[in-house]
Ligand binder design. Sequence first.
Ligand code: GPV
Length: 821
Amino acid sequence: MATAIKKPLTAAQFKKKVVQHLNFTSSQTDYQQDPTAVLRAVCLTVNEVVYEKLTETNQYHKEHKSRSINYLSLEYLMGRMLSNNLHNLDLFDVAQKAVASLGFEIEDIFEEGHDLALGNGGLGRLAACFLDSLATMDFNAVGYGIHYEHGLFKQQFHQGRQIETPDEWREYGNPWEVCRPEAVQNIPLFGHVETIANTDGSVQKVWHSGQTIKGVPWDVPIVGYNSKTVNVLRLWESRASSHFDWDQFNSGAYQDAHSAQNHAETISKVLYPNDETDAGKELRFIQQYFFCACSIKDIIKRYQEQYADDWSQFSKQVVIQLNDTHPTIAILELMRTLIDEQGFTWSDAFAMCREIFAYTNHTLLPEALEKWSVDMFERVLPRHLEILYTINEFFLDQEVAALWPNDHQMRRRLSIIEEGPQKMVRMAHLCVVTSFKVNGVAQIHSDLVKSDLFPEFNQLYPSKLTNVTNGVTPRRWLKACNPELSKLLDSKVKSDWAKDLSSLSAVAKFADDEKFQQKFMAIKHNNKVKLAEEILTSTGVVVSPDAIFDVQIKRLHEYKRQHLSFLHILALYRRLLADPDYDMHPRVYIFGAKAAPGYYLAKEIIYAINKVADKINNDDRINGKLKVVFMPNYRVTLAEKIIPAADVSEQISTAGKEASGTGNMKLALNGAITIGTLDGANVEIAEEVGDDNIFIFGNTVDDIKALEANGYNPYDYYNNDEEIKACLDWLLTDYFTPGNPGELSAVAHSLLDGGDPYRLLADFADYAKANIALDNAYKDKARWARMAIINTAKMGKFTSDRSIQDYVDNIWKLTPMSSQD
Ligand code: GPV
């Protein structure tokens, strides 16, 4: 393995620093029983190396005037930082030895760390993987986000039901963040706009805001793997400002200003726990604006430190990526700044924005396409709304009218403002109109964005809509989380596969090598033993590592169809009860998922799975052939334990609904075999591993469209499939909830009278069939080992380094540090 960067510390030096921090930073001399104190001291030691590199990185980019990517995202699911930072700095062994000599196992020290859970699911984790790749590839990048006081809620189960408690990730401080008072921003909102007529006939707009909120930045360093770079993730915290605009607001705005004053500190209090649904709350809107305004001001501040008032280089120096529509207001804020504060004409300002912004779409689900009411815009951001109107006018009158003259239907359809009883702003339309590139996150998704979501925009702006397939960082999702497999791969691959994941294809030639198969599967088995212990601790259920570990980990959502797997579990249970000798390899179903607190059916699905699990896990009649566990509090850290132990990866969304998926990539990378639909990145995973090494089933996007064209009726399946009927009827009895019949009926009703919106029943039979094929494959040990090895070997495409390179080549046009020398 080529290591370009030499180890910054020896184990003895590292230990000395840890002890110094224990003694002098924390005043701890009696730390033998205090792993938390040791964790803190280790982090502080690592930070010494990190901050030195951060300073060097900043100096370099300043000197070289490097163009920067500014990644705007409302979510970052960073997980724990220590293990990753140690791996990335090549200090893992050093720290392990140092900590051992203090009497601790490094893993126990890691366990003391909190997850940074400032996100919901895939979108937030993608942002975290991208930051890792950007630093690893030596790009000048800043991540901007919100410093939520409480990240995603903690999940517990009480008698099978989800209970949410607040996430206290920084209750006692967080060693990975540093406050930057020198970069505080003041953010105006509310108030009114005054129109001043100039003597030359032109008009000038002055926004008299009703309130000012202070944005305090906290920087989390992002350490590249075996690279020169440490970048930052800058997170904004809201505080009440002393800069109250007493002289500015009039009595009309006073009420707004007064009530909003109370809001100042609640703005960054909590992460909205909704995943792919529009929260539709004023506070959420203000969160978005607050963070966009802070970030735009910061981007301008950084630019002006170099170029002062010369704006000619701005769009050459800065590109801004919008992670979904959540940061869309950044467009309006930059427009406002350029026009009202920097004296640009409207068209020059708009032309500049069209060179700076690019937008990533992460979903086709209508409930996730953000809309905000014009009324609220008017109340909170009156000047931004005016600017939005001018963009819409230009777009409709100049661009839509040019292609479709006098077409009122088309104007209505494409307008950034949706007409209706309540006028709404379509945030995605604003993004598409203004951005120079719009990308989907997997090929099939990007194709659907063009054909189904934005076909007219694709006509209007040919070549604007494009694809960048998602990826995951192999540092966290293989090297750090699966050390044994990593070592095995090291022994077979010459180059540093963690930096060049395609080089793993070299292990494909060992797929049929008996010895290699044995080693590979022994590692999987060890990982399963460890996970079985974790399962016992967290759920009290005993599972056998000899069973198939079948994993479905992701947010709970109907479109992801955890209940399809659930229905199939009922079917297996029923088959086993009818015939205890029913031929199947023992299987453990492992679920991990949080449901949005207000998502009724998602919570009912969790409850149903837990109740059925109780019954199945305690049923002696089925000889332990089936177990079901729902592991509580699914999060990055739990994913890191489950993924290395998975045999089967469930990726069973309704075709056309999952934009990409990224868990699918992590699981396959760790040698799990996918059972999945032709949806999202599954399609590309199938292309890479080949049809023999994946179990694809179910209706395709076109099949689903055809089913719907014919009038989808779930009762057709219920009435014609005895197994479906029996399983759904079972849920109406008290078999799983003694004394309380019908407690699990919500799931059944959604699939029948509810219309089965995600077409589970249409896919059930084929899913059951694919599971039999999978079971047969597992029984053939050599065949399964071969499949698992091929999966690991063929995941090269799905490193987030490749995604970032695609963004750099096709959208961002950046040059890395190393090749600027
Ligand atoms: I929009 N995604 C998410 O996690 N939250 C959201 O609010 C939205 C999208 C996810 C998609 O569901 C996944 O298919 C995708 O892999 C991920 O974003 C990253 O692109």
